[in-house]
Design a protein around this ligand. Structure first.
Ligand code: KG4
Ligand code: ZN
Length: 346
């Protein structure tokens, strides 16, 4: 079965064709990063406009790369929640129109489920249930327990910022370009991760909090520069040397990753899952991948999506909907499909 996936929830316009939920026949991603860089983050109206321009050429390219025509596509899957309202509208309107035009069943897909299903695309082995997924993106930080393909239980969540969001905000304080994840990692490579001891939040059970860490980095930067805490964050970067930036990037990254690993480990010890999965943009982080590999390889089967399948893409959307439809999901009415900027995984 060949599913065309469409993803436009944030600032990547993506389409992909996946066979039987696991085999990537094509995977096209057009990133708007260079457009949003100038603003230090995603501007929703610009994102929606860019999706309009890119979506049809991206879909054509996905079909061409897979060497398929519309007759050979069995279904369309599209992200309808959560995400930026205008961005979700462009993807879903396109998918609805194409489903009507080509008479294909249409499956709406939850973005976080899709991130988890990136782990079914990366190789011969597939995750086994029960599993725990650490979902770490720009908008979410959650631990999800899955008993089977249809069962998503949130066992831990952030009480404030998502970890990817904090990478982006700390990068801004340090004068590093958007998106913060890759630029923090690059700067951290010449920094000392133990230079600035930073606090670990005391959160119950499997919950997270990252706003305290963000403030702690801000205060440490102000202190290093002998400036009062009233100094605006946007004035700090220009006063830091490259080495100071590297040390703050490395100390922050090391602490953020340790917090994730500690909570994931706590969940693994309690739930004893058959598999542990990383998912979402922050799963591309090399330190997280390294520390997860050290910690969990002997305890359970660890799955790490390829970095390019960790960040937003449409291959994961098609995979998620393949497994959903094989476990009972029904196609939706293309005349009725709505979007929802916020929603929990269920
Ligand atoms: O999953 P994603 O592509 O989009 C959302 O669903 O939010 O995640 C984007 C987030 C951004 O905050 C970005 O800074 C972060 O993932 N990210 C990383 C890395 N690559 C992307 N964070 C840490 N290390 C990375 N290598
Ligand atoms: Zn995402």
């Amino acid at each position: 079965m060949k599913i065309l996936g469409i993803e436009t929830s944030c600032d990547e316009t993506a389409a992909a064709v996946i066979e039987n939920g696991t085999q990537v026949l094509s995977n096209v991603v057009v990133s708007q990063v260079d457009i949003h860089k100038a603003y230090g983050g995603v501007v929703p109206e610009i994102a929606a406009r860019s999706h309009i321009e890119a979506i049809l050429p991206v879909i054509d390219q996905a079909l061409e790369n897979a060497d398929l025509n519309w007759d050979q596509i069995d279904a369309i899957a599209v992200t309808h929640t959560p995400g930026l309202l205008g961005s979700l509208l462009i993807g879903t309107l396109t998918a609805r129109t194409l489903a009507i035009l080509h008479n294909k069943p249409l499956y709406p897909t939850h973005h976080l489920k899709s991130h988890i299903y990136a782990n079914w695309l990366s190789g011969e082995n597939q995750p086994e249930f029960p599993l725990i997924a650490l979902v770490v993106s720009g908008g979410h930080t959650q631990l999800i327990y899955m008993k089977n393909h249809n069962h998503f239980e949130i066992i831990g969540t952030t009480h404030d910022d998502a970890v990817g969001e904090v990478f982006d905000k700390i990068a801004k304080i340090l004068g590093l370009p958007y998106p913060g994840g890759p630029s923090i990692t690059a700067a951290a490579s010449s920094g000392n991760p133990y230079k600035h001891p930073l606090p670990h939040p005391k959160m119950p059970d499997f919950d997270f909090s990252f706003s305290g860490l963000k403030t702690a980095v801000l205060r440490a930067v102000q202190k290093e520069l002998n400036l009062p805490i009233s100094t605006p964050s946007y004035e700090l970067a220009a006063k830091l040397t490259d080495q100071q930036i590297a040390d703050f990037a490395a100390s922050f990254q090391n602490t953020a990753i340790d917090i994730l690993i500690e909570k994931l480990n706590k969940a693994v010890e309690k739930y004893q899952p058959a598999s542990v999965l990383l998912a979402g943009g922050v799963a591309a982080n090399s330190l997280l991948r390294e520390k997860a590999t050290q910690k969990f390889t002997d305890k359970t089967q660890l799955f790490l999506p390829e970095p390019k399948l960790s960040t937003d893409n449409a291959a994961m959307v098609a995979s998620a909907s393949y497994f959903a439809l094989h476990t009972g999901a029904r196609p939706t009415d293309p005349y009725e499909l709505d979007i929802s900027p916020r929603s929990q995984i269920i």
